[in-house]
Design a protein around this ligand. Structure first.
Ligand SMILES: C[S@@+](CC[C@H](N)C(=O)[O-])C[C@H]1O[C@@H](n2cnc3c(N)ncnc32)[C@H](O)[C@@H]1O
Length: 298
């Protein structure tokens, strides 16, 4: 059991860590690529792990969006993240990869060009949530990502898309950070509630160029990639109570940094985000050997 040091206590004390919240630090924009339920502040795993030896192997069995994975990488430590939610895994995987702005944008453009136009969902909710053209682009990106070969760039693009899926409307469409009609950034409200709100406020979804929104987000996320990328991370989609989730690890876990597990809330936000990730028992995911992030091609 790790001793609670004063640094950890400080990181856990409300108000104290808020003095210099790393959540808003541009240096850690990769960690903020997409919000997630009940994520803990980056200060916490950084404070716990700062004194860990260089050969430490860190695990977070309920890793959520991978704050622990990011902190371990930042400190140059090897880590394992497990989560039963494919959404969490999609975001956490991005904490361990590297790519470039050019590669991310080129992949998004080629997926848009090469993927067939999908049949769009047609309820009142979907018509008000996204402009039809924007929704068509989103669906093509999703479908393209589901079948393209997995690279560090595709992992990052998927997390970026999850991060721009919904959020507040921007006054200027050329500076939009999100692709949806007005919505909270963290999770989408229930369809009936959202539809009533958009109708009462007469809010129409803006037509946005998804490539521009992706480019802006990628620029921000890629401004600073943690330098200690030599660390190795494994992110697994599974049940952390299952021994299978810990198979084939070449070394013993020395540090566990986690938060109490919570079942992911069932709401429309989950439905929206789920559409952008592969299912955990998806054959293509299963067929892949469990490579560490650094072994996945860029
Ligand atoms: C509180 S969140 C973790 C948030 C994380 N600390 C972060 O900063 O993003 C808890 C996570 O536990 C996951 N979870 C719950 N039960 C699980 C289980 N049996 N095995 C693996 N993951 C589980 C949920 O999907 C959820 O993502």
């Amino acid at each position: 059991m790790h001793r609670i040091t004063s640094a950890v206590k400080e990181a856990l004390t409300p108000g104290k860590s808020a003095k210099s919240p790393l959540a808003y630090d541009a240096q850690h924009a990769l960690n903020a690529v997409c919000p997630y339920f009940t994520m803990f502040p980056l200060e916490f795993p950084l404070a716990v792990l700062r004194s860990a030896p260089r050969n430490a192997f860190v695990a977070d069995p309920f890793c959520g969006r991978g704050t622990t994975i990011y902190a371990a990488r930042y400190l140059g430590l090897k880590s394992l993240g497990i989560d039963s939610s494919p959404i969490a895994v999609a975001i956490a995987q991005a904490k361990a990869v590297s790519s470039t702005l050019g590669r991310v944008v080129r992949l998004a453009e080629s997926l848009l060009q090469e993927t067939r136009k999908p049949v769009l969902p047609d309820s009142d909710f979907w018509r008000r949530a996204y402009h039809r053209e924007t929704l068509s682009e989103l669906c093509r990106l999703r479908d393209g990502l589901a079948v393209c070969s997995e690279t560090q760039t595709s992992i990052l693009l998927r997390a970026i898309l999850l991060g721009v899926l919904h959020g507040p409307l921007s006054k200027a469409s050329d500076r939009a950070g999100y692709l949806s009609n007005q919505m909270p950034r963290t999770f989408a409200p229930k369809p009936d509630y959202a539809t009533r709100y958009w109708r009462s406020q007469r809010l129409k979804p803006p037509q946005l160029n998804s490539i521009n929104v992706i480019r802006r987000k990628a620029e921000c996320v890629l401004k600073f990639i943690p330098p200690k990328a030599s660390s190795v991370s494994f992110i697994r989609c599974g049940d952390s109570r299952d021994a299978e989730s810990y198979r084939y690890l070449s070394r013993k876990i020395s540090h566990v940094v986690t938060s109490p597990h919570l079942w992911v809330l069932v709401h429309c936000g989950k439905g929206l985000e789920s559409a952008f990730v592969r299912r955990p028992n998806d054959q293509s995911r299963r067929a892949r050997p469990d490579l560490s992030a650094s072994q996945i091609p860029v």
